[in-house]
Design a binder for this molecule. Structure first.
Ligand code: MN
Length: 200
């Protein structure tokens, strides 16, 4: 019942987010990163595993700079269909705000020597708290690691770019966001609304 938490948190007669159902890619495993303006702006990093999207909220966004160790808080599994979700989550609902896909593509485990299937290898590493993989996205490419932090809250991980030909230093996810971004527009409208309230 990996999607129980996901379904419990949402009112599907109010939000247009997809209902939780497990489903798999027919070919390669996919990843998606959604930029999400909620109480705070963050990026949701999601990796397909076992028909669901394993999910981490990354407050500062992913980076291609190996020097950046980005805090990534593991959150509830999301349904596979969430990979295409974009739009508004109405006020009063969990995660209320605006969501857009920031990057997407396929991914695979880094360990070429493993005799396990790709998915089994990734699951093994996930449970061990050290996940190494290669992203084939439009923005994010190359080797990355997600490492569970020891001696902290049990859902805190770090997202780290490995040094390879795709590394870029410095890197700012916000600067690599489309100028037509609806999430940016949403944030600007929220800000001007706040300023208007201050004036009156
Ligand atoms: Mn989110």
């Amino acid at each position: 019942m990996a999607l129980k938490d996901y379904n419990k948190k949402r009112k599907f007669d109010e939000t247009s987010e997809p209902k939780g159902k497990a489903k798999k890619s027919t070919n390669k495993l996919i990843f998606v990163i959604q930029r999400h303006a909620a109480t705070r702006l963050h990026y949701d990093f999601r990796l397909e595993m076992e028909g669901v999207l394993k999910s981490w909220a990354v407050p500062k966004g992913p980076s291609l700079d190996p020097k950046d160790k980005r805090l990534a808080m593991m959150v509830e599994d999301h349904p596979y269909d969430y990979k295409d979700f974009e739009g508004n989550i109405p006020e009063g609902n969990y995660g209320a705000g605006q969501v857009e896909v920031w990057d997407s593509g396929t991914y695979e485990p880094l360990d070429e020597t493993s005799k396990l299937s790709d998915e089994k290898e990734l699951l093994k590493e996930l449970h061990a708290g050290s996940l190494k993989f290669i992203l084939h996205g439009k923005k994010l490419k190359g080797e990355f690691a997600l490492v569970k932090m020891k001696n902290t809250e049990d859902n805190a991980w770090l997202l780290i770019k490995h040094k390879d030909e795709f590394a870029e230093s410095p890197y700012d996810a916000e600067k690599n966001t489309s100028p037509k971004s609806l999430v940016t527009k949403f944030l600007e409208e929220k800000k001007s609304l706040k300023n208007d309230k201050k004036k009156s």
